[in-house]
Write a protein that binds this ligand. Structure first.
Ligand SMILES: C[S@@+](CC[C@H](N)C(=O)[O-])C[C@H]1O[C@@H](n2cnc3c(N)ncnc32)[C@H](O)[C@@H]1O
Length: 271
């Protein structure tokens, strides 16, 4: 399954990437919290109608929490997890394999290997100019009749108040420093269609207000923003006091405006 140029790559150093979130224990916890929160929102971890995959590929696996879920759901499948940096990765079930590689440099697997290729919350590490190549690469590694699935954060908020607009502005500037534009996620279906694929789309409205799921989503997004604080200071020259002040006002503003954040789930079969 691994192609020759990448055999033995475990020994290579971590790949430097455009990823801005920290690789800390607190971020590991947040990613796993986010995984279960998303389940509460979607009612499933798997959107594509995959039946009996032999090989599953999880690109940008992070802690490996989704891969672990997939490995338990399809015990006969081999689950290949790929990340450019393995710091966040936790222990995985025996039917998982770990590979260190950057999606931006090409995946270390043969053509058509994967029956189910999954990418979640990786758009914030893909520069604008790399997307065409990334989509071609995901299609290359996916088998005919296999599925590619994305769950990605957009930069769009519904009912934003003034502090939310300010934070969105900061985030756009921050990501642009890395050549990343999160609004591209909204164009993904069109880009996939240009490759001859027929994507199915589910807009995920992530409520940042209200009880239950609103509270969980609010905690997750706030924690992600807290984790971005040092890079906001470094890249945009903001002070940590002003960021902390704005973040502290967000929960009340989100309740008041009934703000939600838009994520996109997109899945498509390779034909
Ligand atoms: C936000 S985490 C998402 C983790 C996981 N997909 C999830 O949903 O819980 C993004 C992960 O992508 C990895 N990453 C960033 N740039 C990458 C690249 N170019 N190739 C592969 N992985 C990358 C990061 O190291 C990080 O572990």
């Amino acid at each position: 399954m691994l192609n020759d140029s990448h055999r033995g790559q475990q020994a290579r150093p971590d790949v430097d990437d455009a990823y801005l979130l920290p690789r800390t224990a607190s971020e590991q916890d947040r990613l796993e919290f986010q995984h279960y929160t998303l389940y509460r929102l979607l009612g499933t971890h798997f959107l594509a109608p995959v039946e009996r995959p032999r090989v599953i590929l999880d690109v940008g696996t992070g802690t490996g929490i989704w891969a672990k879920e997939a490995a338990r759901r399809w015990r006969e499948a081999a689950v290949l997890t790929i990340d450019s940096n393995l710091t966040l990765l936790r222990r995985l079930p025996p039917n998982c394999q770990v590979m260190r590689a950057s999606l931006l440099e090409g995946l270390p697997v043969d053509d058509g290997v994967s029956d189910y290729t999954h990418q979640r919350f990786l758009a914030e590490a893909i520069p604008l100019g790399a997307w065409d190549q990334v989509l071609k690469e995901l299609r290359r590694v996916t088998a005919i009749a296999g599925w590619i699935e994305f769950v990605e954060l957009s930069d769009r908020c519904l009912n934003p108040g003034p502090q939310t607009l300010l934070v969105q502005h900061w985030l756009r500037r921050l990501f642009l420093c890395q050549g990343i534009r999160l609004s591209l996620v909204l164009e993904l279906p069109e880009r996939l269609m240009k490759l001859g694929l027929m994507p199915q789309v589910r807009e995920i409205v992530v409520p940042l207000w209200g009880p239950h799921i609103g509270k969980l989503c609010c905690c997750d997004v706030l924690q992600a923003l807290r984790h971005l604080l040092p890079v906001l200071v470094d890249h945009l020259g903001l002070t940590s006091q002003e960021i902390t002040q704005v973040l502290s006002e967000l929960p009340t503003e989100w309740e008041c405006y009934r703000t939600s954040w838009l994520c996109m789930a997109i899945w498509t079969q390779v034909l």
